[in-house]
Design a protein around this ligand. Structure first.
Ligand SMILES: [Fe+2]
Length: 336
């Protein structure tokens, strides 16, 4: 009888492993001591984690170079935090370094404590959702954190999409700017709500382009002074539109100043240095980086190294040097 029970347990364990192995997102399980006891196939395929190298090892050693905490003293791994503190997470945003990309990949992670029938902790599990496969996931996570404002966010988001659809060469641009902006804000040590706000500002930063004619937005050649003047109105136009939504009042000055330059040569007001809100200075770097690394009507995307050199060159004149430093060190953190 004991053999039958043992065989049944083994069979259900094998079945569970087969099911976990076909999940589309990475999944990790650790034992109560934080050692990895299971890694699914998606973790190998998406993150380049090799089972034979990591199983049985302490998670921080296997995946985080032995560093349990980040520079702010936070757990690098939500899963390790869960197993060590019992705190579970739902759709927590995490950046993961992979062997395939120089830029970190953003995932949303859910973690759970695994407990036996007697309530004793057997370990913990983390399931990852790849944001690059479905960018709406990240938006929904930010929405759920800004819960009271969620309906309004949907409206604003739909609006930002409509603007993106008019501007052929910036399709998807707002989302990428938003993602870079939140990475930079996080690297600068801003608190979680400011990091979310940085993301939100990225999504809506160009809504004022609704006031700029499409032929100017999509013009392949250089702009005439009159056309450029029309472009320079979009930060104020965006701020005016957003100012009608009361919960966005913190965002309005950020949008108004997203084309100001650190040296005072930007538009529309020629603000300089610390006069420019920090989130606007962050947006400026995120915006420029995405513009340089995307195909445009008048040129192909620049190589990553060229784009980074441009950011370095612009530090102290076009950009806040502290923000450029944060962007570069964020990349260094993830460089392999
Ligand atoms: Fe803009």
């Amino acid at each position: 009888m004991g053999d039958v029970v043992a065989a049944g347990a083994l069979l259900s364990a094998q079945l569970a492993v087969q099911v976990l192995d076909v999940l589309p997102g990475p999944l990790f399980v650790v034992g109560p001591d934080g050692r990895l006891i299971y890694v699914n196939r998606a973790a190998e395929a998406d993150l380049g984690v090799r089972r034979e190298k990591v199983l049985g090892r302490f998670l921080a050693d296997a995946l985080y170079g032995g560093e349990k905490f980040d520079f702010r003293g936070r757990y690098r791994s939500a899963l390790l935090e869960t197993v060590e503190t019992g705190r579970e997470f739902s759709l927590r945003t995490v950046e993961v370094k992979t062997i395939f990309n120089r830029l970190p990949k953003t995932y949303l992670v859910d973690t759970f404590v695994l407990a036996g029938p007697d309530g004793k902790m057997l370990g913990a599990c983390a399931a990852y959702h790849d944001v690059s496969r479905d960018r709406r996931l990240l938006k929904q996570a930010v929405i759920s954190r800004l819960a009271s404002a969620s309906e309004h966010f949907e409206t604003i988001y739909a609006f930002a999409e409509a603007i993106g659809a008019r501007d052929l060469y910036t399709m998807g641009h707002s989302e990428k700017v938003a993602e870079y902006a939140r990475l930079i804000a996080d690297q600068l040590g801003l608190d979680d709500s400011e990091v979310d706000r940085a993301y939100l500002c990225g999504i809506v930063h160009d809504v004022g382009k609704i006031g700029v004619p499409e032929d100017i937005l999509n013009k392949p050649g250089p702009l005439s002074p009159d056309e450029f003047a029309q472009i320079t109105h979009h930060p104020d136009m965006g701020a005016t539109i957003l100012s009608h939504i009361s919960w966005l009042e913190d965002v309005v000055p950020v949008i108004m100043a997203h084309h100001e330059r650190y040296d005072g040569k930007g538009y529309p007001r020629g603000l300089q240095g610390e006069e420019i809100p920090l989130l606007s200075r962050i947006l400026a770097v995120a915006d420029a980086f995405d513009a340089m690394t995307s195909d445009r009507s008048y040129r192909k995307a620049l190589p990553l190294k060229t784009a980074l050199d441009e950011l370095r060159r612009g530090a102290g004149c076009q950009f806040d040097p502290r923000v450029v430093d944060a962007f570069l060190s964020m990349l260094d953190n993830y460089e392999n």
